[in-house]
Design a protein around this ligand. Sequence first.
Ligand code: NAD
Length: 514
Amino acid sequence: MKEINFKSVLKDLHLEEVNPGVCTGTEWKKTSGKFIESYSPSDGKLIARVQQCGVEDYHAVINTAKNAFKSWRMVPAPKRGEIVRQIGLELRKYKEPLGKLVSYEMGKIYQESLGEVQEMIDICDFAVGQSRQLYGFTMHSERAKHRMYDQYHPLGIVGVVSAFNFPVAVWAWNAMIALVAGDVVVWKPSSKVYLCAVAVHKIVGKVLKENKVPEGVLNLVAADSKMLGDTMFSDKNIPLVSFTGSTNIGKKVGRLVGERLGRSILELGGNNAIIVTPNADMEMTLRAAVFGAVGTCGQRCTSTRRIILHESVYDEFKQKLVAIYRKLPIGHALDENTLLGPLVDKRAVQDFQNAIERVKQQGGKIITGGDVLEGAGFEAGTFVKPCIAEVENNYEIVQEETFAPLLYLIKYNTLEEAIQIHNDVPQGLSSALFSTNMLETETFLSHEGSDCGIANINIGTSGAEIGGAFGGEKDTGGGRESGSDAWKAYMRRQTNTINFSTDLPLAQGIEFTL
Ligand code: NAD
């Protein structure tokens, strides 16, 4: 691989060696927080620094956002959509450098990073159309000369707290829909990927300024989560918190926001499985399984964690899968030959190794991988050999989400048993069944089939399109964002009844004569 001159990428993205971590869309603010250094998980080199947001800075941003909301909500939705359209155009111009930064700072391979920026562009396009379709229903009234309808109003400040593994797309999923809905956004990104968030705000800031969008519509607070987390989740100024992250932290978010009767969209951990029946196309299933399990080095919420195989295809599938795993090119995320990049940091490597130890202790058998790579090209200490283990579904470790390339193989005999195993985990995000038999595929999608928010046929568990509503059930949190009618969560619904008669008939025929 050629030596990377990352300075030129930083320059293209208007990033400095030291960057402020607070932005109100059109203005960058001096901050009072600590400096955080961002290192690449691919080569361990320092990329740049960000000065974090302090508590006082946060309150100032919230005040600015509250003021901005007063005027932004009155801008007609299609005009708000026009701003989003221009953001989409600007993102197209920056697709390559932003993709490189996502790769270099987070560690996913360049192709996946380009895909992530493409997702931002796609959601912009989607949101532009949505801006003309923020519709409600009209109902017939039981009373003569009365009209009833429901309409959707903007909510206010949407707090977006995002996970490290999708450093730019998760914000876009939320922010672009919130923007057309007439809301304003305050984004707290993961401290592991601050530079991506700063770069995004540099890109969108230009569009906001050119269009004279008021200060405070799209805000960034790169803040220490321990310092800001509780303050933000308990803040009554934020009617909606959209949180993407682990189930543990998500439960705390749900509690804190719930205590003040705020709303939350919770997008939490998954434990996603593919069922492979005797009627599956083996080659197609293998490709989907490998991409699902090792894509983003097993750090997608939709990563394939379990493969539930019919006993008649178990041995053949295992053999072929192991052969592919042993040949996977592992390396720098920006090297175009790499299919498996690094884990995000050394702590993630430690978690991976601990999980493998627990698999062994609980009776599982490691059939390939699990080692930490050393030597030339792997100096950062973040590269691992992807691991496959044979397990039982009820092991404690199998019931948990290990955010790394650790894949479990589980055997089944009847489809009923496969679905029972499939659903028997606390999480409920993404699921898949590979089969060309319609009886099997329809059973999987029926009421007695997959209990997940996403259920696919002959498609792996990862790689959702933005047109559908994204999210999961059970410990995954129940939130939905992105496409379909997910926009409704970003607005408040109001039922209106209008009387155009000269009488005052009461509903349910109640007589009340004065
Ligand atoms: P995380 O829970 O550690 O962090 C998520 C966000 O919460 C980050 O911004 C972080 O700074 C903040 N945070 C961390 N500790 C906090 C605290 N004590 N108080 C307040 N905020 C806190 O998750 P992560 O490691 O960044 O991401 C991985 C997890 O996210 C996985 O479980 C993955 O499945 C999940 N995820 C889910 C989805 C989804 O859509 N369902 C998408 C991406 C990631």
